[in-house]
Design a protein around this ligand. Sequence first.
Ligand code: FAD
Length: 526
Amino acid sequence: ARGAMVVLLWYRKGLRVHDSPALAAACEGATAVCPVFCLDPWFVSSGKVGPIRLRFLAEALADLDASLRARGSRLLVLHGKPEEELPRVAREWGATHIVWEKDGVEPYGLKRDAAVREACAPLGVTITETNGHTICDLDELLKQSKGSPVTTYSTFRTHFDHVVARSPIVLTPTPERIPAPSDAALAEEARGRLSVPSVADIAPSLADAGPSLFPGGEGEALRRLDAHLARDGGAWAGAFEKPKTSPTEIDPFGAGTRSTTVLSAYLKFGCLSPRTFWVRLRDATKGARTRSAPPVSLDGQLLWREFYYACAHAVGPAFGQMEDNPICRQIGWRVPADDPAAAEALAAWRDGRTGYPWIDACMRQLKSEGWMHHLARHAVACFLTRGDLYVRWEEGAAVFDELLIDADWAVNNGNWMWLSCSCFFYQYFRCYSPVAFGRKYDPDGAYVRKYVPELARFPKKYIYEPWRAPIADQNKAGCRVGVDYPKPIVQHDVASKENMGKLAEAYKAHKESHADSGGEHGSEGK
Ligand code: FAD
């Protein structure tokens, strides 16, 4: 019809209807809105994404579909490469416009979006990109830093405050009704081709695994957020300090008990808008008697996310690697592809069989649940790189990228650079002990006993150092070190000392080659 405005609303992340500038832009003046999600083989059948994250995606899509249906619409799921599927449906469904939320910085996503633009160009559709995946528009932050990557949190905060002062954080209202998809889209749907995938479809190994620890979707995200913000009438959120949270909690994941929010997966997929988190947090903690401050406060955590996004946006695709990455120290790490011993060390780390119970428990939690606490991530990342195994950080980031339910390119690579002392944090002479770290939080070893069950009956005295237990104790516990549980892969005190020496050399070489660049700071209390 003349004057018809048929909009394809392409969901990628941003899987929500609340605070969605993309949804609002799609609805504006539209006669039809066709919300689509494209099951891209690059993610869903490549093996790059583990089943736990795929299950979360299936649940998030079902939840989004329900939210859209409650507003007179529905989710239409495409199967195939976005650069083929988007132009196909744009043509067949009569689209005049395509809207998507910028999600940023990941090299694959940038390439994909460019390919979709190019493939859609001959169709003459108008493409609109909106913000929503980060609190600020990353281009505004980039302007504020005059195009340079910012590697210190305090400078970043100043930039963030300037950008927010210019464009205050305002939430986008959720539409009550959404124009229905075009007839052609509904006709294709009626042929049964566009249905939302079930968990069995995209994560078959988990189809019968029972309830998820993290049910995907914005409904759950908002419920969990509000439950956290209501804890002690807002006092919990107001007084939140990251260093005072615990990596060894093993209680259920429900809000109201955890020492952190466990909302990262919801932010990663955009089931939760970071601005909604920011605004509701601000409102909930207004009257709180104790208010912590960034970087350790809860708003400070959201700023870390924003910080890494801004930095990754400024650096570009090289942010995910050491080579050609202008902010990353060049260090002669061991490379598994060229070094069988390093490959074996990486495999042992990944599988949770390093012989250090604290490290193995963390890695096994990652594998079985897709999540671990921030300090547990610290422990295992330090161990793999500068602490013990001296394997290059990109290998660890790739394992996290596959297994974490919240795997996020900018945040993951940024934190790996931090932990390996490659950027942001430079005190390589401060190294975590794979024995004392866990014991500090959990002297009885309940966390280790849960995730490394072969050690469950070990005496408390040896739970973090089972190799020290007399054979009689090992027999009594039903676990012989070297038989039922591995011996330590390295001797920590020897390996860490040797690695510090190598890092000292790398830092010296860096200093000599950047004699006049300066401007690097310490950890700022992360
Ligand atoms: P909370 O403490 O409740 O914080 C609220 C939110 O703030 C989080 O959900 C997250 O979005 C953000 N946030 C918190 N800490 C950080 C941080 N250090 N950097 C950036 N954002 C932060 N987080 C990811 O979301 N995806 C990743 O792929 C990821 N990889 C990491 C790799 C390493 C080596 C390390 C050390 C940390 C990594 N983190 C990653 C950061 C952090 O560990 C998680 O965001 C956090 O543990 C998630 O738990 P939470 O939601 O309970 O956090």
